[in-house]
Design a binder for this molecule. Structure first.
Ligand SMILES: *Cc1c(COP(=O)(O)O)cnc(C)c1O
Length: 225
């Protein structure tokens, strides 16, 4: 898409979303110019899958500081230090190990990191995220970490095909979200439920998402995934 098209699609999607929904622009593979155009058109949160790619764009964007940066890809422990410096939220905490690494690096720089726990709502072996039956234990275990603020859950669900096929995954995530909220675990806020992408965000919102991560529908199709 050219700049006008990006600008138009950003504005259209923002207009179409209910007020309580946060829109994360999933910006992998996009150029600084494309990201800049999206910010100009109203994007407030940028999502990245890789620390290094986020860093490169950050450095080439004079408007980088006016938006929030969310880590939406699997975070490796050896990237946690940079991730902590760069991101305003990590949506993909899926193990005690990574939670502790993030916490330790946050302590080093005196930062409190908002975080979501990523769940593998489809129990797919090739996907990241904690299994649904292990979420409660993980959340409890990491809730006491001093510099991590658990604020909700994130899930991927199937990326392609009929969005209706994703509904079950979203329902599963929502029921875990509700259960954890009712559990009232100290230091755990169940405030954000991040689910839904270009093909499925409407279904996700129907099922209770209040954060959606959209790439293709804002920027056009990607050459590489
Ligand atoms: C790429 C990506 C998205 C957006 O996907 P689209 O189909 O391009 O909208 C959302 N979430 C994550 C984690 C992604 O990697």
């Amino acid at each position: 898409m050219n700049e006008n098209m990006i600008s138009t699609s950003v504005k259209e999607i923002i207009k179409s979303l209910p007020n309580n929904i946060l829109l994360v622009a999933a910006a992998k593979t996009r150029t600084p110019k494309e990201v800049k155009t999206a910010i100009k058109a109203g994007i407030k949160i940028i999502g990245y899958n890789y620390v290094q790619e986020a860093e490169q764009i950050y450095e080439n964007l004079d408007t980088a500081v006016i938006v929030k940066w969310h880590m939406i890809g699997h975070l490796q422990r050896n990237k946690a230090k940079r991730a902590v410096q760069l991101f305003d939220m990590i949506e993909t905490i899926d193990s005690k190990r990574i939670a502790k690494a993030v916490n330790r690096h946050c302590q080093d720089i005196g930062k409190n990191m908002p975080a979501l726990v990523e769940i593998n709502s489809g129990r797919e072996s090739n996907k990241t995220g904690v299994m649904p039956d292990e979420v409660d234990d993980l959340v409890k275990e990491i809730s006491s970490l001093s510099n991590l603020r658990i604020q909700g859950l994130m899930t991927m669900g199937p990326r392609f095909g009929n969005p209706e096929d994703a509904r079950l995954y979203f329902k599963a995530a929502k029921s875990i979200f509700d259960r954890l909220r009712e559990a009232g675990i100290p230091n755990v806020e169940m405030k954000y439920l991040s689910m839904g992408m270009s093909n499925s965000y409407q279904v996700a919102i129907e099922e209770g998402a209040n954060v959606v991560r959209i790439g293709t529908k804002l920027f056009g199709s990607r050459c590489k995934v």
